[in-house]
Structures are given as C-alpha cells and as structure tokens.
Write a protein that binds this ligand. Structure first.
Ligand code: HEC
Ligand code: HEC
Ligand code: HEC
Ligand code: HEC
Ligand code: HEC
Ligand code: HEC
Ligand code: HEC
Ligand code: HEC
Length: 501
C-alpha cells in the first residue's frame, strides 16, 4: 500500500469506509517516513493556502471511479501525497480560451508550463528560454518542407509534432481540437501563449523526477536516423553500466548529485540537467553544450540571455553583445561563451573522472567534428551553392536527386558521426557515421554531380573544392606507394608473407 502523507488522502480513505484504527497506524507511518535527506528545491506556496482546494476533492472522489488508473497514478505521486489535487492544476479562469464548465467547476484539459509555474517558477523560467521551448518553431525549416509537402500534413501531425509540439487550437466548447491534441511535444505552443510541455518528460499523472532521470525519457525523441542519442548512449560504456546497475542509481532520491547520491554511471539527465561537480541542476538543456551538431556545418555557440527571459545562440567568430547592452528589444543580462558552456559540462564529468579522460574525450570529439566539417561538409555545401547559382539544379529543395544525397550526408550520416563522437558511441562515429558520409560522397554525390553538370564542369568543381584538401588525395591521385606499403607490411606481419594480394 502507498504511504499516505496528507489529510486529503486520509479523507479519501475515510470516505472509502476504512476503519478509523487504520488512521492511527498511518499516522505513525507518516511520522516515520519524513524525509531525512538534505532538502531539494521546494515549490513555492503551502498546503491549504496555495493548493488543496476542498472543491478539488470532488474531482478525486468521482474520477476514482471513472478513471481509476489516472486516479491511482495521481494518488501515488508526490502531488497526491502532498495534497495538490486535480483542481489545483486543471482550474481555469473565465477568460481562458480553453475554459469549460465541468461538474460545476471551470476547468481546462490543457495544463501548461505556466500553470505548473504557479508552484515551480524556477523550472519554468529555465525551460522557457531554451531550445526545448522553441522546438515547435519548425515552419521555416527544410525538414518541415519535407514533412508538409513531400510527405503530407497528417504525417507531420502524428510524426514531427509529437516530438516538436503542436500549436494547440481550441474549439467552440473550450476543448482542444483533435487535430492538434493529444500532444505533449517538447515545444508545444499553448493556448495561454506559453511554450513547451512539462509532461514531455514528467509522465502524468505521476509527474515523477525519478522517471525523468531515466535515459528512455529523452529517448522518445532523441532517437532514430538523424539524432540517435539514445542508441549512442546505450552502446557507450556509460549506457552499458547504467543498464547493468540501474538498481544502484538511487533514481528516487530527492537530491541527485552525481558522484555523491549515486556513482554507477551518468544518464542523459546527469550530463545535461542534474547536479554534479559543483554545477547546479537546470531545466535548460542548452547550458552545457558548446557545439551545435545539427546544421550542415557545425559551429561553436555562445549563449546570450535577455532580461525578458529570452535567449539566443551566437556563433563563435561573430560579434557578441555585452552584458548591459541592448539586443532584440531587451537588455542582455548574461553571456555564456562556448568555453564556459563546455566547462559546465566538464565540471559534471569531474565527479567521476580526472582531466586526462575528460580533455582526452573532448579532443577526440572536436577532431571528428573538424574532420566532418572541413573534409566533407564545407566543400560539398559550396558545390551545392554553385549548382544552384548556375541553374544546374532548381531553386526548390528536394526535387533533384543530388539534394537528397547531400541532405542525407549532413542531416543523417554526418549528424550520426558527430553525435557518436560527442557521447562515446564508436559504432555511430564510424559505421553509421563517417563511413556512410565518405561512401556517399565518393560513390553517390560525385557520380551524380558528373551526371547533371557534365564531366568537364564536375571536374572543375571537384578541383576547386575537394582536391586542395589533403584528405582527398587518395581519391584524386590514388593511394601513395608509401600508404600501400604500410598496409602490406601490417598485413604480412599478421597473416604471413605474400598474404596481401
Ligand atoms: C461526478 C463525477 C465527476 C466529477 C465530480 C468530476 N469529473 Fe471530470 N470527468 C468525469 C467523467 C465521467 C469524464 C469523462 C466524460 C466527460 O467527458 O464528461 C470526465 C472528464 C474529465 C476531463 C476530460 C475532459 C475531456 O473532454 O477530455 C477532465 C480534464 C476532468 N474530467 C477533470 C475534472 C476535474 C479537474 C474535476 C474537479 C473540478 C472533475 N473532473 C470532476 C467525471 C467527473
Ligand atoms: C500536477 C498537475 C496535475 C494534477 C494534480 C492533475 N492533473 Fe490531470 N493533467 C495534467 C496534465 C499536465 C495533463 C495533460 C494535458 C495537456 O496535454 O496539457 C492532464 C490531463 C488530464 C486529463 C486528460 C488526459 C487523459 O489522459 O485522459 C484528465 C481527464 C485529467 N488530467 C484529470 C485529472 C484528475 C481527475 C486529476 C485528479 C485526480 C488530475 N487530472 C490531477 C496535470 C495535472
Ligand atoms: C522522434 C522525434 C522527432 C520527429 C518525429 C521529428 N523530429 Fe525534428 N528533431 C527531434 C530532435 C530530438 C531534434 C534535436 C536533435 C539534436 O539536437 O541532435 C530535432 C531537430 C530538428 C530540427 C533542427 C532544429 C534546430 O534548432 O536546428 C528541425 C528543423 C526539425 N527537427 C524539424 C522536424 C520536422 C519538420 C519533422 C517532420 C518532418 C521532424 N523534425 C521530425 C525530434 C524529432
Ligand atoms: C527534458 C525533460 C524535462 C522537462 C521537459 C521538464 N523536466 Fe522537470 N525534471 C527533469 C529531470 C531530469 C529532473 C530531475 C533533476 C535532478 O536530477 O535533480 C526534473 C525535476 C523536476 C522537479 C523536481 C525538482 C527538485 O529539486 O526536486 C520539478 C518540480 C520539475 N522537474 C518541474 C518541471 C516543470 C514545472 C516543467 C515544465 C516547465 C518540467 N519540469 C519540465 C526533466 C524535465
Ligand atoms: C499548486 C502547486 C503545484 C502545482 C500547480 C504543480 N505542482 Fe508539482 N509539486 C508541488 C508540490 C507541493 C510537490 C511536492 C514537493 C515535495 O515533495 O516536497 C511537487 C512536486 C513535483 C515534482 C517532483 C516529483 C517527485 O518525483 O518528487 C515534479 C516533477 C513536479 N511537481 C512537476 C509538476 C508539473 C509538471 C506541474 C504542472 C503540470 C506541477 N508540478 C504543478 C506543487 C505543485
Ligand atoms: C518530446 C520530445 C523530447 C524529449 C522528451 C526530450 N527532448 Fe531534447 N530536444 C527535442 C527537440 C525537438 C530538440 C531540438 C529543439 C530545437 O532546436 O528546435 C531538442 C534539443 C535538445 C538539446 C540541444 C539543446 C541546445 O541548446 O542545443 C539537448 C542537449 C537535449 N534536447 C537534451 C534532452 C534531454 C537530456 C532529455 C531528457 C531528460 C530530452 N532532451 C528530452 C525533443 C525532446
Ligand atoms: C557523459 C555525459 C553525457 C551523457 C550521458 C549524454 N550526453 Fe548528450 N552530450 C554530451 C556532450 C559532452 C555533448 C557535446 C557537448 C558540446 O557540444 O560541447 C552532448 C551532446 C548532446 C546533444 C547535441 C546537441 C547539439 O548540439 O546538436 C544532444 C541533443 C544530447 N547530447 C542529448 C543527449 C541524450 C538524449 C542523452 C541520453 C540518451 C545524452 N545526451 C547523454 C554529454 C552527455
Ligand atoms: C557518475 C559517474 C560518471 C560521470 C558523471 C561521467 N562518467 Fe564517464 N565513465 C564512468 C564510468 C563508470 C565509466 C566506465 C569506466 C570503465 O570501465 O572504463 C566511464 C567511462 C568513460 C569513458 C571511456 C573510458 C574508457 O577507458 O573507455 C569516457 C571517454 C568518459 N567516461 C567520458 C566522460 C565525460 C566526457 C563525462 C562528462 C561529460 C563523463 N564521462 C561523465 C562514469 C562517469
């Protein structure tokens, strides 16, 4: 049986006709299970004053019968146990677009980050400026064109938008339209104007932090051919050890400082969100990131925070506003350089590793990003630009075969290589990553280029953009005698003289 801690739940038990003597026993349990750990950040407000509206008890009583599963999850949650009831979250005001009358109360189905912010201001503010909150703003992207036009809107609704978030529309009856909801995409645009969805990570109606700390939570979205973070993690030593020792992870702990409250292995949340190595926990997953690994060509990003809660990335090498100056109609309150962002991540690592591993890891990671950028992405992007300029391909995307080849090179294969290297997934760095980039550059991109531009023009482009890069020597000049001899020697020392044909 669940530990019952608050009077509301006790009232429920009373209503359900349990003996009063049980209450005495439960009272003792309440006393015994008071948490003894150092307190974590507590929500604003207090029971009986800021939540626990007695009218909410009616919701509980009836929904216990009508939706017993929903009720049970709520009752087991910290909300249920601390007296935060249905009405505290679902309550609506008369002028809310999504308000409707239900069993005598004005409620809404949609519970937005702004609603949660009544009690959890810190988490709301941290998430609000982040890339997560902006994830539904995909209209201007190539991906979106691919989804809406090449695919079709139905696939965008049940596909893209279930990860990125829909724009929720409300019908005449105050209820969300089925075309736009159910949806708990990470950057959902809500009827009250707020962005994001807290349930994206905290499954309802338990709203547990333990569940949010598991890698599978993030893996709903961070998965697949173009961003296989969960696959990378699962094949990394970190992921392997997490799965082997999940019972040692202390996931339910109030305070969850890495190296202190658990030490077996880091999860996604450990590195990107939770406390460790002197870093405070954050609901902004961009704080500890230095590169962006998403675009065709990766850049290192500085972060600028504004007084109005907004923030934006500024690529290394472009001018960076100073604290106190004006930007985008507001004042700059904080500037985090890419180095500072990186240091935050590295601080977390220090709970379990020393500099040689940490800096060694970043060294290997940076070199893969540089290799991808310099050897493949920059020259291919330049050639694509030339093809557009000369009219060899049309201005509209995705109607030429070479556009698909290039798209997959950067958006799928090139990202996989970069993601694999960033989080120690060697199979993604090489076989699913750089191997595919190379294969498709030499044996799809270049042949298609010759096909559409003609041999002479293709040769000119290749000599301008690819040939000057030493990494492509082998392709233009053949492997050098030296390279072949080295391989031969290695082969023969292993398999015997004359073994390499
Ligand atoms: C007397 C029983 C009863 C009470 C009291 C009650 N509900 Fe419900 N509620 C239901 C039933 C049955 C449904 C499903 C049928 C429906 O849509 O009306 C429902 C549906 C809902 C829905 C989903 C509506 C939709 O269209 O998807 C929400 C949200 C909800 N209730 C919240 C609450 C809240 C919050 C309270 C307290 C203010 C509450 N309920 C009180 C019985 C009740
Ligand atoms: C901590 C805040 C919170 C509390 C407490 C809470 N809910 Fe919800 N509820 C949500 C959120 C968030 C959603 C998801 C709606 C959305 O997409 O915005 C939701 C969705 C729902 C839905 C529609 C989704 C479905 O799966 O059918 C119903 C019905 C509902 N809640 C009823 C209740 C009832 C009844 C209670 C009390 C026993 C309750 N809620 C307590 C936050 C809460
Ligand atoms: C399985 C969930 C999922 C689906 C489905 C999905 N995405 Fe994404 N998308 C993501 C994640 C996660 C990222 C971030 C990846 C990263 O940082 O490596 C992302 C990144 C993006 C970006 C880059 C954003 C930036 O700031 O650079 C765009 C644009 C985008 N997706 C659009 C789309 C469109 C359009 C569709 C459908 C045609 C789609 N996505 C389908 C999860 C998804
Ligand atoms: C990207 C996933 C994700 C999203 C989205 C998310 N959270 Fe969390 N949340 C987490 C993780 C992970 C933790 C545990 C952090 C830790 O280990 O201390 C957590 C912890 C919490 C806690 C407990 C804090 C404490 O110190 O005990 C609260 C409260 C919370 N989140 C509220 C919210 C609210 C409100 C939103 C929406 C504005 C939200 N979360 C959105 C992942 C998420
Ligand atoms: C009316 C106040 C109130 C609202 C609204 C509210 N919460 Fe909470 N929340 C609490 C309280 C109280 C706790 C218990 C804190 C404790 O354990 O001391 C809590 C705890 C949590 C936790 C930690 C749970 C755990 O596993 O320990 C998470 C996560 C969380 N809330 C998320 C949310 C989200 C998401 C929403 C909006 C959908 C929300 N809360 C709305 C008051 C609220
Ligand atoms: C519901 C889908 C979803 C879930 C769940 C989710 N993410 Fe994301 N995440 C996204 C999308 C989409 C983006 C890209 C947003 C953009 O740039 O527009 C993203 C971006 C990111 C970024 C890049 C941030 C930046 O500033 O460049 C990181 C890091 C990240 N997520 C980590 C996590 C972690 C860790 C978790 C789990 C605790 C998680 N995400 C859960 C969808 C999700
Ligand atoms: C051991 C720590 C660690 C773990 C565990 C981890 N990450 Fe990462 N993650 C990193 C590092 C380091 C980077 C690269 C940071 C940089 O650019 O400086 C990164 C990069 C990312 C990015 C790339 C953002 C971009 O720029 O495009 C996303 C998204 C992401 N991680 C999500 C996840 C998810 C989801 C999980 C779990 C499945 C996870 N991470 C597990 C450390 C970790
Ligand atoms: C909670 C502790 C913990 C944290 C935090 C952590 N790691 Fe690890 N890491 C481990 C464990 C355990 C191993 C496996 C050690 C082994 O058996 O080689 C490991 C292995 C590694 C390896 C492979 C070493 C090898 O010899 O193969 C690298 C690289 C690495 N971690 C980098 C990082 C980086 C970078 C960070 C921070 C972004 C980080 N780790 C954060 C615990 C942690």
């Amino acid at each position: 049986m669940e530990t019952v801690r608050n009077s509301n739940s006790l009232i429920m038990i009373l209503r359900s006709g349990m003996a009063a003597s049980l209450l005495v026993v439960l009272g003792m349990v309440i006393f015994l299970v008071q948490p003894s750990e150092a307190p974590a950040a507590r929500p604003a407000g207090e029971y009986g004053k800021d939540w626990g509206d007695p009218k909410g008890e009616e919701c509980v009583g009836c929904h216990r019968k009508h939706t017993p599963g929903l009720y049970a999850e709520w009752n087991k949650s910290n909300h249920g146990q601390r007296g935060v009831n249905c009405l505290d979250c679902h309550k609506a005001e008369g002028n809310d677009k999504d308000a409707f009358r239900h069993k005598g109360q004005l409620i809404s189905v949609i519970v937005t980050p702004k609603d949660c912010a009544r009690c959890h201001t810190k988490e709301f503010e941290e998430m609000d400026g982040s890339h997560h909150a902006k994830a539904a703003e995909i209209l201007a992207s190539l991906d979106n064109l691919l989804g809406e036009v090449v695919g079709g809107p139905a696939a965008v609704n049940a596909g893209c938008r279930q990860c990125h978030g829909s724009i929720i529309e409300i019908g005449e009856d105050g209820k969300p339209l089925p075309t736009t909801w159910p949806n708990t995409g990470i950057g959902r645009i809500n009827p009250d104007g707020s962005k994001g969805s807290c349930t994206a990570c905290h499954g309802r109606h338990r709203f547990s932090k333990a569940q949010a700390r598991t890698p599978d939570t993030c893996g709903k979205c961070h998965v697949g051919p173009d961003h296989p973070q969960i696959e990378v993690y699962n094949e990394s030593k970190h992921g392997v050890i997490y799965h082997a020792k999940v019972h040692e992870m202390n996931l339910k702990s109030d305070k969850w400082e890495t190296g202190v409250d658990y030490s077996a292995a880091p999860t996604c949340a450990t590195c990107h969100m939770s406390a460790g190595g002197g870093e405070k926990p954050t609901h902004n997953v961009g704080d500890r990131i230095s590169w962006t690994l998403r675009p065709p060509i990766s850049v290192k990003n500085n972060l600028v925070r504004l007084q109005d809660g907004n923030e934006f990335d500024v690529p290394e090498g472009t001018s960076l506003p100073k604290v106190g100056s004006k930007a985008k109609g507001s004042n700059v309150v904080e500037v985090l350089t890419w180095k500072e962002r990186r240091l935050k991540m590295q601080n977390v690592c220090t709970a379990c590793h020393t500099d040689s591993v940490i800096l060694g890891h970043y060294n290997q990671f940076d070199k893969v990003v540089d290799l991808y950028n310099e050897k493949f992405a920059k020259p291919l992007a330049a050639i694509m630009g030339e093809l557009k300029k000369s009219g060899t391909i049309t201005k509209s995307p995705f109607d030429d075969k070479i556009e698909w080849i290039w798209w997959e090179i950067w958006h799928h294969e090139g990202r996989r290589a970069r993601h694999g290297a960033s989080m120690s997934g060697p199979d993604y760095t090489w076989w699913h990553g750089m191997y595919e980039v190379a294969k498709h550059t030499y044996f799809e991109f270049i042949p298609e280029l010759k096909e559409i531009a003609g041999e002479a023009e293709a040769k000119k482009l290749l000599h301008t953009y690819l040939k000057p890069i030493p990494g492509h020597d082998w392709y233009f000049n053949g492997m050098s005698k030296e390279q072949i001899n080295k391989v031969r020697q290695g082969f023969e020392s292993r398999y015997g003289k004359g073994s390499m044909k």
